[in-house]
Design a protein around this ligand. Structure first.
Ligand code: ZN
Length: 363
């Protein structure tokens, strides 16, 4: 039913006609474009330090940071962070869970999924322990939860900054600079996962070629993921100039209380991934129609393959540019919401106020 997530971490043995490829999300270039698009979407009244050239460059650069963690193959790290890059939504259904009802709390969801998986074990293939050292294969991925957690960290950063700036006579310039750097870091890193959420192959079990029943004859090519992540973007030469015109000024995400009691930011992120999953079949249809610019690979009787180059079409290029822009639009909306929703940090304020006697001039 599925190629498991560990396969995202390894380098494929070379198959004739298919170059080995590190398995990533959008490659660095794509993730960078998402973060840059998000920066371009921010309204004029957003804290201006994020647009200072060095900070804007750092936010763009940090889009690649979570993928650099993948170069460390320690199972302990992989188990903690690698499953934050995706959500194979079909697995929730296989476990008898409704994505619109699962818990917004990561570890409550873990309990729900574990119970659902155990009750429907026949829906899941056996796991080869040798290929599962990080124990990722038991899980569908946690991207929406990870993004909401980063949103909370960003909101916390803005709470800290707002409080320091409200009490300039009690705060220290280095404290303000440090919290700004923390905000820049969080914005940049979280952008990676929001960008992943715009890549259709990060919301499905069909992440490295179609698996299972395949009535439409979609490609089972393992390399489709790497092609969407980077090959197509490189072939098309997509730059910010092609992506940013597709975005509009960021609008905050509604934080109104929901009837189902779930966290509204989490609900928005789950909706985002569900919408992305709806693009999986259209993406495979584009590939089948030869519109994505990847080689047509034909197996030959002698065991080798024949690669037939195919041109990248405007339709295929537009599909990817739209997704990069969609990721940037969502990321800008999350950043904007975090800044606006951040309340004062009352604990920090109480601590700053204790400084007053020492800071007051001697009488
Ligand atoms: Zn990723």
């Amino acid at each position: 039913m599925k190629l498991r997530s560990l396969l995202r971490l390894v380098v494929l043995p070379c198959v004739a006609g298919v170059a080995p490829s590190a398995l990533r999300a959008w490659d660095y270039a794509g993730h960078r474009l998402v973060n840059q698009a998000a920066l371009a979407s921010l309204p004029a009244d957003y804290p201006s330090f994020v647009r200072e050239p060095a900070n804007a460059e750092r936010i763009a650069f940090l889009a690649g940071e979570p993928d650099s963690w993948r170069n460390n193959t320690d199972p302990t790290l992989a188990n903690g962070v690698q499953m934050d890059h995706y959500l194979d939504l079909e697995e929730l259904e296989e476990a008898g869970l409704d994505p619109l009802q699962v818990s917004d709390l990561r570890y409550q969801f873990v309990l729900q999924f574990a119970a659902g998986r155990a009750a429907h074990l026949d829906h899941f293939p056996a796991i080869d322990p040798a290929k599962n050292k990080d124990h990722s294969r038991e899980w569908p991925g946690f991207a929406p939860w990870a993004i909401v957690e980063y949103y909370g960290k960003l909101k916390s950063g803005f709470s800290y900054l707002k409080t320091l700036e409200e009490l300039p006579e009690l705060s220290k310039p280095e404290e303000i600079e440090n919290i700004k750097m923390n905000i820049v870091y969080t914005m940049g890193v979280m952008g990676h996962f929001v960008g992943d959420g715009a890549q259709p192959l990060h919301a499905t079990i069909h992440h490295h070629g179609w698996v299972g029943a395949n009535p439409n004859g979609y490609s089972t090519w393992y390399g489709i993921h790497a092609w969407i992540d980077g090959g197509l973007i490189a072939k098309a030469g997509i730059t910010p100039a092609q992506v940013t015109p597709r975005i509009t000024s960021a609008q905050p995400i509604s934080l109104a209380t929901r009837p189902d009691g779930r966290d509204p930011m989490f609900a928005a992120m789950m909706d985002y991934f569900i919408a992305t999953q709806k693009l999986v079949a259209p993406l495979y249809a584009l590939e089948k129609a030869g519109k994505l610019g990847n080689d047509k690979i034909t197996a030959l009787p002698d065991g080798t393959t024949h690669n037939e180059p195919r041109p990248l079409t405007e339709e295929g290029k537009a599909f990817i540019e739209t997704q990069l822009a969609r990721g940037g639009q969502m990321l800008g909306a999350i950043w904007l919401t975090a800044w606006r929703a951040a309340p004062p940090d009352t604990y920090l304020r109480s601590q700053l106020l204790k400084r007053q006697p020492a800071a007051a001039p001697a009488k």
